[in-house]
Design a protein around this ligand. Structure first.
Ligand code: PGA
Ligand code: ZN
Length: 371
């Protein structure tokens, strides 16, 4: 039984205030969870409130509404939060307040039931016989757009890797190549390098030094200053096998046309387009506007809704990619989430910055446990 829900302000990786929830169960189990925030935020994400307001919302109305409930009933907990908020976009309580509590309670329930978090999440997802394994990685190598500081217009230049060891090798290859070039090895918000080069050159360099290892791009079109990047060239000539947000999140027609043309060859990944929102995903599936979806729990605000989106994507045969945000905390919940829901890929950034490594390290720990 839930005894008490409380919260405090903590700092995220950008030095912004965010919220960390703490839940205490009657049996003495304690668990915490904190929430990240985005820099290139989709217009379709649930709304947040300030960290101060989030703390107040958690300590007063949320605590009052959840006290006495069974922590093992995630659906009821999240429904209670949604009803208490009462808005369509979570603007009253804030998606940040709600998610930190939703995740902390899931963690507490797993702890109280004495099962690993990923296994507990797997049970919550309710897909029978889903094999627990480590997803492939989209490892961040170069960062541009709102996340970087140089000329790169697209936001993320990643490589597909089988596991952490493979990803680390690719990351290290890129770092030593940049050093040899005399280029900067400073990193951006998510631990990717930020060389002062153009997008075309970036894709060509990565294709060359990584010997044609498959690349994944996140254009983040809504925040991208170059609206004329040559996707055909990136796919056809440079081994790009995944493109995220190649068009604006209102431009359904371009998405549909692109997926019709390229969807059999590459992953067309919806992040800002869908914003982990069940209604947006339903429309995207109906229109065949993409074939893969980014899952960011803080875009929607509760674990139950996040799991519903994953389930819907899987039923439609879409690939599932669990992702961090630009402004992160050291919470590694998304590593357990990715394994628990059987995600195809994870996006945890580069192999730099503690808040990114927290997720990779948790993945390694899970990998050891699964063996
Ligand atoms: P964000 O970036 O956290 O700034 O939204 C991540 C992404 O677009 O994938
Ligand atoms: Zn994105």
């Amino acid at each position: 039984m839930i005894k008490k829900v409380s919260a405090k302000k903590i700092l995220d990786s950008f030095g912004n205030w965010t919220v960390e929830s703490r839940v205490e169960l009657k049996d003495g189990t304690v668990a915490r969870a904190s929430v990240p925030s985005g820099v290139s935020v989709s217009g379709f994400e649930a709304k947040t409130v300030s960290a101060d307001k989030a703390v107040k919302n958690i300590q007063k109305p949320i605590n009052k509404a959840l006290q006495g409930l069974n922590p093992c009933n995630q659906a009821t907990i999240d429904k209670t939060l949604i009803e208490l908020d009462g808005t369509f976009d979570k603007s009253k309580l804030g998606a940040n307040s709600m998610l930190s509590v939703s995740l902390a309670l899931c963690r507490a329930a797993a702890r109280a039931s004495d099962v690993p978090l990923y296994e507990y999440i797997n049970k919550e997802l309710g897909i029978r016989n889903l094999k627990l394994e480590i997803p492939e990685l989209m490892v961040l190598l170069f960062e541009g757009g709102k996340h970087g500081s140089g000329k790169l217009a697209a936001q993320e230049f990643m490589a597909i890797a089988d596991d952490v060891g493979h990803g680390l090798k690719l990351y290290e290859t890129v770092r030593s190549h940049l050093k040899k070039m005399g280029a900067s090895i400073s990193v951006g918000l998510e631990g990717g390098f930020t060389p002062d080069i153009e997008d075309k050159e970036a894709v060509e360099i990565l294709n060359y030094i990584l010997n044609g290892n498959p690349l994944a791009l996140d254009i983040a079109y809504d925040s991208c200053v170059n609206k004329n990047l040559n996707y055909q060239y990136f796919i056809g000539e440079c081994n790009t096998t995944s493109i995220e947000d190649p068009f604006g999140s209102d431009d359904w027609e371009s998405w549909v046309e692109f997926t019709r043309g390229w969807g059999s060859q590459v992953l067309v990944v919806a992040d800002d387009l869908v914003a982990t929102n069940p209604e947006r995903l339903e429309k995207a599936i109906e229109l065949r506007a993409a074939n893969a979806v980014i899952i960011k729990p803080n875009q929607i605000g509760t674990l139950t809704e996040t799991l519903a989106v994953v389930k819907m994507a899987k039923n439609a045969g879409w690939k599932v990619i669990v992702s961090h945000r630009a402004d992160e905390t050291n919470d590694s919940f998304i590593a357990d989430l990715a394994v628990g829901v059987g995600a195809d890929y994870v996006k945890f950034g580069g192999f730099s910055r503690g808040e990114r490594l927290a997720k990779y390290n948790r993945l390694l720990e899970i990998q050891r446990e699964l063996k």
